[in-house]
Design a protein around this ligand. Structure first.
Ligand SMILES: Nc1ncnc2c1ncn2[C@@H]1O[C@H](COP(=O)(O)OP(=O)(O)OP(=O)(O)O)[C@@H](O)[C@H]1O
Ligand SMILES: [Mg+2]
Length: 357
């Protein structure tokens, strides 16, 4: 068969923008296709000049187009979208909806929002966030992570992501690692960290930040919340529609104290309490704190994650333990929690839970 533009386009429909997760053909990124005999030259228009996805496109085009039987060679060139093309793209990504003024996170009605919260810092919230997200992803869910802990923001490091999100007009595109989309407040903090993340500007800055992220199609968004129940947590919680709180505790934390804070937070933000996860269960720290907290809150203990250096080391390397060693005891404990969370959806998790405060 003679090589034609249609054959090349068909092959390009299998070239997926890794962040937007849509074919380049659908995103109108194919600028040009030149065919000379059996040699093809494709030009792809990137959203922005410094787009970090070039390698991925090169590899995919070489594979999808280069391996067509009719093709002898394929060359890929890059161009950059014009402002008009970018505007058309952002409007397409919004599904034709106009930019909203809604002061909350922009996710579909079907996306579950799981807020990983704790009464206190250092209990393993971030570690559980990345591993739980990875476990949900392994169970077949499309998962995003929002690192909203303005004091910690350690998630980019735990996922090995160092590049900043691509900004298309005002739309922020979350970078992807281990099949997880990530947006972190940490991407926008550098040495001269803007003061807007503090004080009276904080609420507005959070709104802006949440509103401008393009999450695309997600089944679950896992949010690493700031610790405690201060203004930041409350402000943020109010911007997360239908969020379900997973309360993380260590075995030795005072159940009553954590429970009353969690309940207060849920009440002020309209969150439902999903359950409790106990972390760092061990002979030294003991166990049982999670169950006491769950009883106190009137919710289920969804699992206990043992104290294990593997979890910390995996976080340091930038690959979640659930990905690098899914069979390990700690990863299995996280999978159990992920399955329990998944099961609550299957059970039609809609009614408001009674809060004990
Ligand atoms: N089950 C575990 N076993 C061993 N180490 C763990 C475990 N869970 C977390 N850690 C380690 O404990 C430290 C604190 O965990 P992490 O950063 O996840 O907690 P956090 O609640 O997010 O803390 P912060 O309040 O600082 O944000 C990290 O060094 C992490 O690697
Ligand atoms: Mg943290």
């Amino acid at each position: 068969m003679a090589l034609s533009r249609d054959i090349v386009l068909e092959a390009l429909s299998r070239v997926i923008d890794p962040e937007l997760r849509k074919p380049v053909t659908e995103l109108d990124m194919v600028r040009d296709i030149e065919i000379k005999g059996n040699d093809v030259r494709v030009t792809i228009a990137l959203t922005v000049a410094g787009c970090p996805l070039r390698n991925s496109f090169e590899e995919q085009v070489a594979r999808e187009v280069g391996e067509l039987p009719e093709v002898a060679s394929v060359a890929l060139a890059f161009d950059v979208m014009t402002p008009d093309e970018r505007a058309a793209l952002t409007s397409k990504l919004r599904g034709g909806r106009p930019e909203t003024d809604e002061k909350s996170i922009q996710v579909d009605d079907t996306t579950r929002v799981i807020a990983v919260a704790s009464g206190k810092g250092g209990v393993g919230k971030s570690t559980l966030t990345v591993n739980l997200a990875s476990a949900l992803s392994a169970l077949g869910r499309r998962v995003g992570i929002l690192d909203a802990d303005i004091y910690g923001h350690s998630i980019p490091h735990m996922l090995g992501i160092s590049q900043k999100p691509v900004l298309v007009d005002r739309m922020m595109i979350p970078p992807v690692a281990h099949d997880l989309k990530l947006m972190s407040i940490g991407f926008f903090l550098d040495d001269n960290a803007p003061l807007m993340w503090r004080g009276p500007m904080l609420h507005r800055a959070l709104e802006q930040f949440l509103q401008d992220v393009h999450w695309g199609d997600l089944d679950v968004l896992v949010v690493d919340m700031p610790p405690g129940t201060g203004d930041v947590s409350i402000s943020l919680g109010q911007m997360l529609p239908r969020a379900e709180a997973l309360v993380v505790t260590t075995p030795q934390l005072l159940a009553q104290e954590v429970a009353s804070r969690a309940a207060e937070m849920a009440k002020k933000t309209g969150m439902q309490l999903l359950g409790v996860a106990e972390n760092m269960t061990s002979e030294v720290f003991g166990s049982g704190g999670g169950q006491r907290l769950a009883d106190e809150l009137g919710v289920r203990l969804l699992g206990q994650v043992p104290l294990n250096a593997d979890l910390r080391e995996a976080g340091d390397i930038g690959v979640p333990l659930v990905v690098s060693d899914p069979e390990s005891e700690s990863a299995q404990a996280v999978f159990e929690i992920a399955q329990a969370i998944d099961a609550t959806r299957a059970a039609g998790f809609t009614q408001k839970l009674t809060l004990v405060s």
